[in-house]
Design a protein around this ligand. Structure first.
Ligand code: ZN
Length: 264
């Protein structure tokens, strides 16, 4: 299934996305995925909803994670371009959920940084709570689907601080979307591109992940429990570069779509 989250007259809602003769449509609203009582879902909204083309919808980030777990240097050519060794084990860091940004909304360059880079990445959306995934278990069972993310990074502050929380954690530094889908499979090789102002800057494939997604899920859950909606950013291919106010960044994976954000 493919789904998105959009703004409706009943507030933010999740909705199923279908292909109607080559054009994507938002077909029907679906209940929220988050655990717990907090839910803005309105039952009556289901009947009242009129299908509309995806292009006409006000899209929202399709996840509300308790945490965003990221993997650094998971493509060899990207590690090399920043002068780093390929790590012997996955290199994990966290981004705060407050950094999440909807498709189409503006990434804001903070005054504190002189170099803010894009990092186009494929992101895993967790579907089922998991911890300590064993060697005999299939980690992909816990995955709801895949989406796109931009791991926006204040490169100068990343170097200056020594650890990455501030450099990766500014508000608007985690654009996510537009869709979540379980109809693609990174294990078979998914191409991912990033365009800056229409110019191709990153052209990677998940075949080149140093640590594939099943390995990452075992490694992460050996340390922390993952909850439905949690996001795992799987790392960026080579070609990261700075963004300037007025720029436009587009990250594309066939079957997931294009995550576009302007830069302010
Ligand atoms: Zn990254």
């Amino acid at each position: 299934m493919r789904y998105c989250r959009l703004q409706t007259k009943h507030g933010p809602q999740y909705a199923e996305v279908v292909d109607r003769g080559g054009r994507l449509w938002i077909e029907r609203l679906i209940p929220p995925f988050e655990e717990g009582p907090a839910s803005d879902f309105v039952d009556s909204a289901i009947d009242a909803f009129d299908p509309l083309p995806l292009d006409d919808a006000q899209m929202l980030a399709p996840v509300a994670p308790s945490k965003i777990v990221c993997v650094g240097r998971n493509y060899g050519e990207h590690a090399a371009e920043l002068g780093n060794e390929v790590p012997a084990e996955p290199l994990l860091f966290l981004k705060p959920p407050s950094a999440i940004l909807s498709p189409g909304e503006a990434i804001r360059i903070p005054a504190l940084s002189k170099r803010v880079d894009f990092e186009g990445e494929i992101a895993v959306v967790i579907g089922t709570r998991c911890s300590q995934i064993g060697p005999d278990e299939d980690p992909t069972w816990y995955i709801r689907g895949y989406t796109l993310a931009n791991d926006v990074t204040a490169r100068d502050l990343q170097k200056k601080d020594g650890q990455w929380s501030r450099a990766k954690g500014f508000d608007t530094f985690c654009p996510v979307g537009p869709l979540v889908t379980d109809e693609v499979d990174p294990a078979t090789g998914l191409g991912i591109t990033t365009h800056l102002n229409g110019e191709l800057r990153q052209d990677g494939n998940t075949r080149d992940l140093i640590f594939p997604i099943d390995h990452l899920l075992r490694y992460i859950t050996a340390a922390m429990t993952l909850f439905p909606g949690d996001l795992i950013l799987t790392g960026t291919p080579a070609g990261v570069a700075p963004m300037q106010p007025g720029d436009r960044v587009e990250i594309t994976v066939y079957g997931i779509g294009t995550l576009m954000n302007p830069v302010l």
